[in-house]
Write a protein that binds this ligand. Structure first.
Ligand SMILES: Nc1ncnc2c1ncn2[C@@H]1O[C@H](COP(=O)(O)OP(=O)(O)O)[C@@H](O)[C@H]1O
Ligand SMILES: [Mg+2]
Length: 506
């Protein structure tokens, strides 16, 4: 993340005529949305946003997180942030801004201002090339979870399993999740574009008999590739981006396994009861509801089994009830159903057919692994566990790799030599992890394995007490930080060990 501190006065745009996705007229945005969602093409800028010079402009989203107890009006903050951001000459995408602390009203209320990634082909844009969309939000605290019980009250305590949990969005516990998920393809943007497209068509009031969609997204792929996390992160993103339209948003996570009642023939009713509750939530038209059906194969595998005569007909009732309920929800504007699966082949085809987007989430590529491991190391540098050093970005290390392949030698200044060799070593480790088919989950636990087994807890030592702020390096750490080379060594050994363990499993 790069921080820009260039102050130049620029024009301030009228925020009231653009909606959450930077749109003005639905008809023109229709063309825009079709343009930007085509993956293989270089995306076109927002054609509807002509600047004073007549040039095309990109919509750039700026997210403004408020402090927990800030009481300023959102629109006051939005206007202040908008004036502040448009005073920059150029913005890096994505980046975290600083310098706003000099404005007292922002200092007292704002926690963080971040500029989000955009579809544009360059890493930064001039102010006259952008239309700024500022989204102000105040995440609720993580533990405000409620649960839906499955109990009908008639069978006593035993049947009282939790069918779903619900939390308010945006939620503090999902902050940073979106950015932490790294994929080789443009999965995240593709999902946002899908929502964008449904909003455009909904706003245009297209006849649902002629053009329709189901509001269902299915993510599938190997375990540990971030599917569940991506659904939560998308819910969080939507809650932030759609706050202009909806006063609140909720994420409801269905516990698929709990929807099977031990009482034969009751499961279909459980699904129906749960969806009655969901429908009640969706009836609040100023609220947006994201429903996450995690590991949906456990719910929907049943029908295929039932048809083959191997499953009790209760399973059939569950799938039928689910399909009926999904069909009822599709006409609602303020709901999104996200389902995940590790085993898409096991899912009922009627369910798969209802998904507007069926997205395969693959194991991370070498490049994505590099970024995942780099963010692990950067976090530990930030917290003072790894000694401070510059770890090259993916683009930089790819350049180093190219140059050393062509020249067979390093082509950097002396001061950069260490950073270059760290980068190349991390890239080699990423290649090793890729060869073993390691998941994002396995990668993110490498540092803890390296620490426990190879670096030695004694070398890192425990901080004197819990850090007062989770974003600041731990001041006064009793033991010195360990060099990144030692960490790389430990992580390489941990990967080798995992490879040996994997051989035993096969
Ligand atoms: N592509 C990825 N980029 C970054 N982190 C990832 C990625 N995939 C998985 N992870 C890490 O693994 C954790 C578990 O992922 P999860 O969402 O439970 O995977 P799944 O639902 O596919 O089994 C995530 O919270 C994240 O820390
Ligand atoms: Mg999962």
């Amino acid at each position: 993340m790069v921080t820009w501190m260039v102050f130049t006065r620029c024009l301030v745009l009228n925020l009231s005529d653009v909606d959450a996705f930077g749109l003005t007229l639905p008809l023109t945005t229709l063309m825009v949305s079709a343009d930007i969602s085509m993956e293989s093409q270089t995306p076109a800028p927002e054609a509807n946003q002509a600047s004073t010079t007549g040039a095309m402009r990109w919509t750039v989203h700026v997210e403004v997180r408020l402090k927990p107890r800030a009481s300023s009006r959102f629109d006051t903050i939005r206007n202040l942030v908008h004036s502040y951001v448009t005073s920059f000459e150029r913005l890096v995408l994505p980046s975290t801004l600083s310098g706003w602390e000099d404005i007292p009203e922002l200092l007292s209320s704002v926690e963080r201002i971040s500029v989000c990634e955009a579809q544009c082909p360059t890493a930064s844009l001039k102010m006259e090339e952008m239309v700024i969309q500022a989204h102000v939000y105040q995440p609720s605290d993580g533990d405000a979870f409620e649960e839906f019980s499955n109990s009908s009250g008639s069978r006593g305590e035993d049947d009282d399993t939790m069918a779903a949990s619900i939390c308010e969005l945006p939620n503090r516990s999902y902050e940073g999740l979106w950015d932490s998920l790294i994929y080789a393809g443009d999965i995240k943007m593709k999902l946002l574009d899908y929502i964008h497209a449904t909003l455009v068509l909904s706003d245009a009031n297209v006849d649902f008999n002629l053009v329709s969609w189901n509001r269902v997204v299915l993510l599938h792929g190997p375990p540990g590739t971030g599917k569940t996390s991506l659904c939560r992160a998308l819910g969080q993103k939507l809650a932030i981006r759609l706050s202009h339209r909806y006063s609140h948003a909720r994420l409801l996570e269905i516990n698929s396994h709990s929807l099977f009642s031990k009482w034969f023939s009751e499961s279909g009713k459980l699904v129906q009861r749960l969806f009655n509750n969901i429908t009640e939530l969706v009836e609040e038209e100023d609220g947006f509801v994201v429903v996450l059906i995690d590991e949906v194969e456990s719910l929907t595998a049943a029908r295929a089994g039932a048809m083959a005569g191997t499953e009790p007909s209760d399973g059939l009732r569950v799938v039928n009830a689910l399909l009926t309920q999904l069909d009822k929800l599709k006409t609602r504007k303020n709901v999104l159903i996200m389902a995940t699966s590790n085993l898409v082949k096991a899912i009922d085809t009627a369910f798969v057919d209802r998904a507007d987007i069926i997205q395969y989430v693959d194991l991370p590529s070498r490049e994505a692994i590099y970024e995942i491991l780099r963010t692990c190391l950067c976090e530990m540098i930030l917290k003072g566990i790894v000694a401070s050093v510059t770890i090259p970005t993916l683009k930089q290390v790819q350049m180093y790799e190219l140059v050393s392949k062509v020249n067979g030698r390093s082509d950097v200044a002396d001061g950069q030599e260490r950073s270059r060799s760290i980068g190349l070593r991390l890239l080699a480790l990423a290649f090793q992890c890729r060869k073993q088919g390691m998941s994002g989950r396995a990668l993110r636990r490498l540092p803890v394995l390296a620490l426990a087994r190879y670096i030695g807890l004694g070398n890192v030592g425990l901080a004197p007490g819990p850090s007062s702020s989770s974003t600041q390096p731990t001041a006064g750490r009793s033991s010195p930080s360990v060099s990144v080379e030692i960490w790389l060594d430990g992580m390489e050994k941990a990967v080798d060990e995992q490879a040996k363990e994997a051989e035993h499993l096969t």
